[in-house]
Design a protein around this ligand. Structure first.
Ligand code: GTP
Length: 413
């Protein structure tokens, strides 16, 4: 992505006002796609304007070619007009490549230019030379308005100049000064038209490159924002969700829940972690935290969402679980840590690292889990008080008759 941006930045570094902005190869198709509709529209407009021009100027034939008026009118209305209308229809409905449409449209304009040149060659009237100007005007309009590729534009200009020179050479006047005029007019009209084509095309490229660069920047910013919010929700040590990420994930889960949905919240705390840290060292404590986190996350799958709420305290939220399932589930969590068999000679609960687990099972009133967390916290406190390495479950849906909580396990050392 970064490379892409510098490539685009480099594309804008052009020297001088005729410096060509080059679009990076991988962006060329995007540029072509983005300007396709515009270029097709410009072709249509050029034919429409051309048709208006070729037909409206029929009135000038009586002045320009009085000896060939009927031929001029026939060429305009029997050849150019039907061809132009057919071309408009084709451009509107054909689904072929743009370059083909550009070539065909150029061919149409060249046909019109050639027919006017035929009148120059056949007419004895000196006024017929007015068509030279007319043809160059057509060429200018084509070159500037049709957004044609530069190479095609140069070829087109060359053909028009040659057709004009040929018409003058074949015409009755055959004056070399007229050829000179042809060249002069070509320089005055064609030259600036080519420059205009170049500058407009360059401007389109610059516009595209700037927009692409802007979009790239926006994409990068969005990616960085996503990454930052992922990092802000993650505990770097264990790579579990941190308190913030855990609650955010839970909230998005709750959006799918109705008040009747059942959820279990398990609060989990490592037993005698302070002595563990003090005797085995902080680095060993970190390693233990990582392994416990991994074991809990694996045991919690696939239903549970695990997080590290801080220090040596973890939480797991399990949606849609029954009272029977929650017992086995919580036991699975507890045993998963005990099975790591990480020696802990300073714990009175066991000779290995163990956890105490407090679980609250209940419905979620109006998407609010705070009450469940409070009850789970109280259950955890009870599990600690009862000797640690055990699970205490508060079933808020069907409380046992004589006690609001049940201690389900006292893990064997
Ligand atoms: N290595 C390490 N230790 C941590 C981290 N966060 C908290 N602790 C330690 O965890 C210990 C928590 O101690 P206590 O809250 O007294 O809990 P405990 O010793 O486990 O006692 P009980 O929970 O009652 O069994 C403290 O020594 C903290 O320094 C951590 O990121 N890395």
């Amino acid at each position: 992505m970064q490379e892409n941006t510098t490539e685009l930045d480099r594309a804008l570094e052009t020297e001088g006002w005729l410096g060509r902005i080059t679009i990076p190869p991988e962006q060329r198709n995007a540029f072509a796609a983005r300007t396709l509709a515009l270029r097709r529209q410009l072709l249509l407009i050029s034919v429409l304007v051309g048709l208006g021009f070729y037909t409206a100027f029929a009135a000038g034939d009586w002045f320009a070619v009085p000896d060939r008026v009927w031929l001029a009118l026939t060429l305009r209305f029997a050849v150019i007009l039907p061809c132009g209308l057919a071309l408009l229809y084709w451009l509107r409905h054909a689904r072929c490549r743009l370059i083909v449409q550009q070539y065909v449209t150029c061919a149409f304009h060249l046909l019109a230019v050639t027919l006017l040149a035929v009148l120059i060659a056949l007419s004895d009237s000196v006024n017929a030379l007015g068509f030279v100007f007319a043809n160059y005007a057509v060429l200018m309009a084509m070159v500037i308005s049709m957004a044609l590729p530069w190479r095609l534009v140069v070829i087109l200009a060359g053909i028009v100049v040659a057709i004009q020179a040929l018409a003058i050479a074949l015409g009755p006047l055959q004056l070399s000064v007229l050829q000179l005029h042809n060249i002069m007019i070509a320089i005055v009209i064609v030259g600036p038209s080519l420059c205009a084509n170049w500058l407009i095309e360059n401007e389109r490229r610059r516009h595209f490159v700037l927009i692409e660069r802007e979009e790239n920047r926006k994409r990068q910013l969005a990616e960085q924002r996503d990454m930052l919010s992922r990092l802000a929700a993650l505990d770097p040590l264990t790579e579990l969700a941190n308190r913030r990420g855990f609650h955010a994930g839970l909230e998005s889960d709750l959006e799918r829940y109705s008040p009747d949905n059942v959820m279990a919240i398990a609060m989990i705390d490592i037993d005698y972690f302070k002595p563990y840290n003090d005797h085995y060292g902080h680095a060993a404590g970190d390693r233990a935290l990582r392994r416990v986190a991994q074991a809990l996350a694996e045991a919690a799958r696939p239903k549970g969402r695990a997080g590290r709420l801080g220090g040596e305290e973890f939480a797991i939220a399990v949606p849609g679980i029954t009272a029977e399932e929650v017992v086995l589930y919580a036991e699975r969590l507890r045993i998963s840590v005990q099975r790591l068999a990480m020696a802990h000679h300073y714990s009175t609960a066991a000779s290995v690292v163990t956890v105490s687990i407090g679980v609250a099972l209940g419905r979620i009133p109006a998407g609010n889990t705070a009450a469940l967390f409070e009850v789970a916290d109280a259950a955890l406190y009870q599990a600690k008080a009862a000797g640690r390495n055990r699970v205490v479950i508060h079933d808020l849906i069907q409380p046992v008759a004589d006690a609001s909580w049940r201690c389900f396990s006292a893990g064997a050392p």
